[in-house]
Ligand binder design. Structure first.
Ligand code: C2E
Ligand code: SIN
Ligand code: SIN
Ligand code: SIN
Ligand code: FE
Ligand code: FE
Length: 369
């Protein structure tokens, strides 16, 4: 079946819309491959990406399937990339570069193939689109080549920006995690505190019906809640007993200190972390600190982290107190429903108690020696 230009255009538009909405990096390559396959009516399409060192090519076939990696020079794809030119090969088994081991492994018979190297905006080759087995016709045509070549420009750009975004994202998450651990490490709190607070926060976010994106952001931002503690003097931070009034006053500055460190950033994640640092000690009844916000004036991220933090703090030994048993914690939560804590969040906590306890079990502190 031959497509006319209108049909082709409609097809491309529908994919472009779909692909533009993809936020999950892992879903991008399979979707781009599907578009390539449909544009030229092939049975299969793979989008191969060259790694930074140009030593291997990788692809992802479908959601949930692992990445496939092959040496960069291998096969017809590698040859097309090395020679920087598109290739139509309508008798694959006669081509000296063809590597039939993939066919033997999959039991799939490759007959015709077209490969198009993809370029980024700096005209560097970043990978290739490979389509296999033209449907209903003898082989791929110069028209197919032109069409796929046009699409490959869009594909290359999508991949580049996605890789870039993923890199920025991963860098941010790593930094934020390290900063969170740093904030905790000066006090004698154990390393898993930040992990547990992250997981409790994510669970509460999910149960509150926040979007998947917000749930992920909060999970990565909540470990930063005590970042400001890095500026609290040791004598106060690690005092092996209860605070006096002056020590209490000094410690209370950690919320605003953390906020001041983070507030200048335009990044989504650091903005969320700034909110969490600032508002995690506010209370629903308006009696918290530093700004005596109340109710929904407190950002949902702050309300969630408050509950996650206190749940974890009460259940853990601290230099100034022993861990509480669960009944005592639950009693306090019931008393503080609508006082310290958002009543809806307390209800969600009790309705899903086992999930919180499962997280605590999974990330429990292990003591050596
Ligand atoms: P943290 O130990 O991570 O505790 C976080 C929050 O959990 C506390 O915020 C409080 O809301 C709750 N929490 C923890 N332990 C208890 C407790 O024994 N009883 C009650 N009712 N609530 C508890 P808060 O009070 O604003 O404290 C912030 C941070 O200040 C604490 O973080 C801890 O690092 C430090 N801190 C607070 N009080 C003392 C103290 O008396 N001595 C020392 N050395 N540090 C303290
Ligand atoms: C090749 O291009 O021959 C290797 C990749 C493949 O067969 O799918
Ligand atoms: C990491 O990125 O190193 C893990 C922290 C996280 O959960 O994002
Ligand atoms: C909200 O207030 O933003 C909904 C979740 C909640 O009530 O805690
Ligand atoms: Fe705090
Ligand atoms: Fe904490």
């Amino acid at each position: 079946m031959k497509r006319n230009a209108d049909e082709l255009l409609a097809l491309i538009f529908s994919y472009v819309t779909k692909i533009a909405a993809i936020h999950d990096h892992a879903r991008l390559l399979p979707e781009l491959a599907e578009m390539g396959r449909d544009i030229v009516s092939a049975e299969r399409c793979s989008v191969w990406v060259l790694d930074r060192e140009k030593t291997y090519l990788w692809t992802k076939v479908a959601h949930g399937v692992d990445y496939i990696k092959i040496p960069a020079e291998s096969g017809i794809v590698g040859n097309a990339i090395a020679e920087k030119r598109a290739m139509i090969i309508n008798d694959v088994y006669a081509d000296p570069h063809f590597n039939s081991s993939v066919d033997r492994e999959t039991g799939y018979k490759t007959e015709t193939m077209m490969v198009i190297p993809m370029h980024n905006s700096k005209d560097e080759v970043i990978g290739a689109m490979q389509v296999i087995n033209k449907k209903d016709e003898e082989g791929f045509s110069e028209d197919d080549l032109r069409h796929l070549n046009l699409a490959s420009t869009y594909v290359a750009e999508s991949i580049e920006s996605s890789l870039l975004l993923e890199e920025i994202d991963a860098t941010q998450r790593e930094l934020v995690y390290i900063m969170g651990v740093t904030g905790e490490s000066r006090s004698k709190e154990t390393g898993n505190h930040v992990k547990r607070v992250a997981e409790y926060s994510r669970l509460l976010a999910e149960l509150s019906g926040l979007s998947e994106e917000e749930c992920n952001v909060l999970k990565d931002a909540s470990p930063m809640h005590d970042l400001g503690k890095i500026a609290i003097p040791d004598a106060v931070l690690n005092k092996p007993g209860r605070f006096n009034e002056e020590e209490r006053r000094i410690m209370d500055t950690h919320a605003e200190l953390g906020y001041n460190i983070l507030k200048g950033s335009e990044r989504t994640l650091l903005k969320a972390a700034a909110i969490v640092a600032y508002e995690h000690h506010e209370k629903w009844n308006g009696k918290g600190y530093p700004n005596q916000l109340s109710g929904e004036e407190i950002h949902i991220y702050g309300r969630i982290t408050a509950l996650a933090d206190v749940f974890d703090a009460l259940g853990s030994d601290r230099v100034y107190k022993k861990a509480w048993d669960d009944e005592r914690i639950f009693t306090l939560f019931r008393e503080e429903r609508g006082e310290h804590f958002d009543p809806d969040l307390i209800d969600l906590f009790f309705a899903n108690q086992e999930q919180f306890l499962a997280i605590r079990e999974e990330f429990k502190d292990v003591f050596y020696g």
